[in-house]
Ligand binder design. Structure first.
Ligand code: CP3
Length: 351
């Protein structure tokens, strides 16, 4: 089913925005800018709204999710909103007992480690994604010409949480299952691909104008492992967007040795972490792929002169790519002074 006639990409609200144009490969005179994790703990107005609501309850309350999504757009004047949710929302909606423990991350009550654990996983029930759909629709109704980015976790990152039971240093237990029980591994990643793919599809159909797939922990894999045992499932996740003409961004941390393979799953744009300069990322991708990134989050607390020089350097190097969207090389650290983010947006828009 194609996008509906009143989708922002179809009725013209966001189709010519600087973000979507850059994602489609048209170089902009100044790069559009947004920040991964712009919605959340760096904002006092977020912390105020969250009082008395657990993280995942806030994600599943459409009015709250929508208001939190809009906060950084109002405050910073960024060129895109990213939907306030979490990568574990679709697995929660599919029946997994998961909680987000402050300062730690997602914790799974009953980790998925055996063939029978995998066999017991159930697909999303019809209607399970309704709170997500309502949250996106309420947000898009207020965003006007600012595009909303929908997102999802890639199967490997989700499977890492499910197998490990929570955050882990190097995803060793998950990577072990890949070899100890390859069939259960493949089944688990297919399940993850389908729930996360449906979560992403629901956001696009409800009005998001672009999609970002986060494979945060992919950097613990070798390229061969990625290509053989992970990439086919990431491709399957994106295949849920078939027929929906919205640009797809793929981002991983520590993944600069496998940018080509990550691009190859069907992405349109590559997100780059802070570890290599964008002109080098552009070279590795053959000079044909729009790039997003890659301010070093560690510099957000540096003196402004140092940070300003870094922003200008990233914009210069990004200018070598076919198109560039300015972002961080990973999420906004919670202790970031929000005024610094606003100042970066003002600087980039003035270049
Ligand atoms: O980018 C945005 O502003 C949109 C919202 C968003 C959140 N999580 C909200 C959130 C997005 C895009 C995510 C994605 C996400 N969640 C990823 C991929 C991106 C990345 O950072 O690599 C991952 C790995 C997760 C899992 C997760 N959720 C972690 C590791 C944590 C941090 C735990 C902590 O407290 O340090 C979370 C919690 C989370 N997700 C918070 C927010 C705003 C903080 C929790 C809170 O506010 O109480």
């Amino acid at each position: 089913m194609p996008l509906s006639p009143n989708h922002p990409l179809v009725d013209g609200r966001t189709s010519d925005s600087s973000l979507i144009s850059a994602y489609r490969g048209e170089k902009q005179s100044t790069p559009p800018v947004w920040f991964m994790r712009q919605a959340g703990r760096s904002l006092p107005e977020y912390r105020e709204l969250r009082v008395g609501n657990s993280m995942l309850d806030a994600c599943l309350t459409p009015e709250l999710a929508s208001e939190i999504t809009l906060q950084p757009v109002r405050r910073h004047g960024v060129d895109a909103a990213i939907f306030f949710s979490d990568i574990v929302i679709p697995i929660k909606l599919a029946g997994i007992d998961v909680e987000i423990v402050p300062g730690r991350g997602p914790v799974i009550a009953n980790p998925i480690r055996t063939a029978s654990d995998v066999a017991a996983l159930r697909p999303l029930e019809p209607g399970a994604l309704q709170p997500v759909i309502d949250g996106v629709a309420a947000t898009v109704a207020q965003l006007g010409e600012t595009p909303l980015i929908g997102f999802a976790g890639a199967p490997f990152t989700l499977a890492s949480y499910l197998v490990e039971g929570g955050p882990s240093k190097d995803q060793l237990r998950a990577r072990t299952m890949m070899y100890a029980d390859p069939q259960s591994w493949a089944n688990l990643l297919n399940w993850c691909a389908d729930v996360t793919g449906e979560f992403l599809r629901a956001q696009i159909e409800a009005g998001a104008s672009a999609a970002q797939l986060f494979d945060s922990w992919v950097g613990s894999l070798s390229e061969v492992e990625y290509v053989k045992r992970v990439a086919p499932h990431s491709k399957r996740a994106l295949s849920h967007l078939r027929g929906l003409d919205a640009p797809k961004v793929h981002f991983g941390v520590g993944s600069n040795e496998m940018l080509q393979a990550m691009y190859g799953i069907g992405a349109d744009v590559m997100g780059i972490d802070w570890r290599i300069p964008l002109d080098e990322a552009n070279r590795r991708l053959g000079g044909t792929v729009p790039l997003q990134g890659n301010l070093n989050p560690a510099l957000l607390a540096a003196p402004w002169k140092t940070l300003e020089a870094h922003v200008r350097d990233v914009v210069d190097r990004g200018g070598k790519a076919p198109a560039h969207v300015l972002n961080l090389g990973h999420g906004v650290p919670p202790e970031t002074d929000p005024a610094v983010l606003t100042r970066i947006v003002e600087l980039v828009h003035s270049l």
